[in-house]
Every structure is written in structure tokens, then in C-alpha cells.
Design a protein around this ligand. Sequence first.
Ligand code: ADP
Ligand code: MG
Length: 418
Amino acid sequence: MNVLVIGSGGREHALAWRLNRSASVAKVFAAPGNPGIAREAVCVDGADYLSIASANGIDLTVVGPEAPLMDGVVDQFRDAGRPIFGPCRAAAQLEGSKIFSKQFFERYQIPTARFIAAYSLDEALKALDSFTAPVVLKADGLAAGKGVVIPQTMDEARTTVAQFMAGELVGDAGKKLVIEEFLTGEEVSFIALSDGANLVPLLPAQDHKNIFDGDRGPNTGGMGAYVDERILTPAEIDLVMKTVMRPAIDGMAREGSPFVGFLYAGLMMTAGGPKTLEFNVRMGDPETQPLLYRLRSDLGAVLHAGATGKLAGVTLDWSPEPSVAIVLATAGYPGKVRTGDVISGIDDAEATGATVFQAGVKRSGDALVTSGGRVVAVTASGATLPSAIDAAYRAAAHVKFDGMQFRTDIGKKGLRRW
Ligand SMILES: Nc1ncnc2c1ncn2[C@@H]1O[C@H](COP(=O)(O)OP(=O)(O)O)[C@@H](O)[C@H]1O
Ligand SMILES: [Mg+2]
């Protein structure tokens, strides 16, 4: 079959790369793609994905980022009778509105932090009276990773709430707020595939959100991730499936918007068990890179089964080796970034056995140059987590561009489990 990947980042490069190695897949297309994706797929420009799909005889479409999902691309494909793997607009509300998702957790007793939804400054200030610092403030709408602030004092919380409500922080997305209790524990990214009824879990992963080592500095889209079975015990995985993933899939089905696609739970593993911080309705970036690096199953066949209600009995086959992805970012990231710097060494990095998934990369004549904050994710594996970390950093050392920044501690949190 022919498969279309929607998107242009590192996550989509990993999807295209794995799909291109799937026995069931004849040809991969991507819209719009990037230079790395172009090694795996035919890249097509344009925002009318349905026309692209029909013009190229696409049998299955896979959506990478959240924006087209919120715009209803899945509803549009379904109306046209074209298989697509992703949630419809109504189901994408699980990510698109934090208030919707928190109230959904409440309706189905999905464990989460205690919260109050506030629709005005008065309500928000009143709600703050029932919390102690630190307190978590979340903009209701999509805010590209900038919608969550965790003030350390209640004074600061009152100031921040006023800024949100005035539209100063993330515009209209912050004029409704979730105010919630601060939880402590280790964060885990847990992703499962669903066809609306059946659930197939991927392996647990861990992201690294802050720009600097030791989880310091401002939040980014993610500076690296690793995939290691030891992140969760089998008993913890059972508990997450039973208390978080299964009730979410059943709840969405019951509410008339069955969830099809990748359901990503951001979990906090607290002393009182796993609590759901949020759902995303797509794969994570950079978690996708180390996850798909290890996947042995035919991804095309699995996603087609997901898009057509046939995931019952499907299990995934994985390489036993832990995998690690190191993000190399531009100068200035996550603030204003400098672009246009020449990138070298990708081939040398890959000659070590790693794969360099490209994101903020564009072609300029014969050269590859930086075009965005997160440039590449150098991904490798090893027999143990320490050797996987080592392999990824050894490969990453070959890639060079001016102003490059990266974390030197990706995967380190996992070492205590080895
Ligand atoms: N209740 C909470 N307690 C402690 N930390 C939290 C809580 N909710 C969110 N966070 C932190 O804030 C980050 C962003 O929150 P999240 O709900 O994932 O929103 P988004 O990814 O949309 O910005 C989380 O990865 C986590 O580190
Ligand atoms: Mg998050």
C-alpha cells in the first residue's frame, strides 16, 4: 500500500523511516516533509491533504502533529472514505482543551491532580484560596508548550493568573484556566495505539523538557528521550492500562467520539500511583524517534489495522535493546533562534549505526542548513541503557553546526534502574 505522512519534523521523519521499512508499504509520501524525510518518501507541498491523498493513490494516511487533527483532517478523510490513523476533531479535544480533559478524567475516575476550572479572573483568584504553593496553572487551549506555569508562591500565582486572563501570556488560550495541585514523582510518557475500542501499548519512554542538564532552564519541545522497559515495571504498566488508558478509550467511545490514533498519556508516577498530567492525541517528539527505532513490527500493517478497527489481538515486536535520542538544537533555542548555519557530519554519525532524524533542517544548494530550534535527533541503541547512551553521544559527536546546543545527560535518570 501507499502511505502518506502529514508533517515535517523529527517525529514524522521517524514515522516515514519506519514505514519505508515495512513489508506492507510500497511507497511513502509526506506532506510537506523535510530533507531527511525526502530520503524515505516523496515529499509533496500543499495543505489540501485529501487531494494529495487521492492524487497519489494513498491507502493509509498517518497524522504526525496535533494542528491538522484539531482542524478536522480525520473527519474530512473519513467523510471521503479514506483510511486515516488519528482522532477526529471531537476526540482531539482530549489535548485541545485542558478543561475538557480534566473534566473527562473526573467523569471516568482517571487518576489526576485535584483541580478547579476558572473562566474569569475572579473565579481564578477565588480558586487559588484552596491551593498552596507551588500551584500549577494551565491554559485551557493549545499553547505550544508555553501554557503551563508553576508559581512557587501564592503572590506570584495571583500575578500570573492575572496575566493569563488578560491574554498576555498565550493569548485567548489562557483566558480559561485549570488550577491544579502540584504533584511530585518521576514523569513518564506512555503511548498506546487505539482503533477506537482496542488498545496496543508501546514501550514506556522518558522525555527531557528543560534546555539544560539536570532539568534546569526553560521548557523546550523536548531535548532528548529514551525508551527502556525498566522505566515501568510490568505491574505499573498493568495499572496504567487499567486506570488510565482503558477508561479513556471506553469513555470516549461512550461519549460518541471513539478515539482512534496514538493516545499519549503524560504521567506522574507519584507515591500514590500513576496520575495523568495530560493526554496528547498524537505521538510525542522526540519520544517517537527512539520508539520507532526499536520497533520490529510492520508499522504500516499495524497503523492500517488501527485505522480500520482491526487492532484486536495485535501485539508489537520490539528490539530488546534500549534506545536513546539526543536532540541537537540551534543557538538561542527555546527563545529566538538563529538559522541558516551549515550542518555537517550526518553521514559520519550514521556510519556508526545511528540514525539521524531531521527536524529543523532545510536544503540550501548542496548543503543542509539549520531552519528551526530542534535540528536533528541522533538516535542509537545498545545492549544496555549505559551503552545505548554512549552510542547515541558517540554518533552525535560527528554532527556539527555553529551555535549547536544539547544536553549531556539524556537517559541519565534511567541509570539507577541498571
Ligand atoms: N500537577 C502537576 N504537578 C507537577 N508538575 C506538573 C503538573 N502538571 C504539569 N506539570 C509539569 O508541567 C509540564 C507541562 O504540563 P502538561 O500538562 O504536560 O502540559 P503541556 O505539555 O500542554 O504544556 C509537565 O510535563 C510537568 O513537568
Ligand atoms: Mg506535556
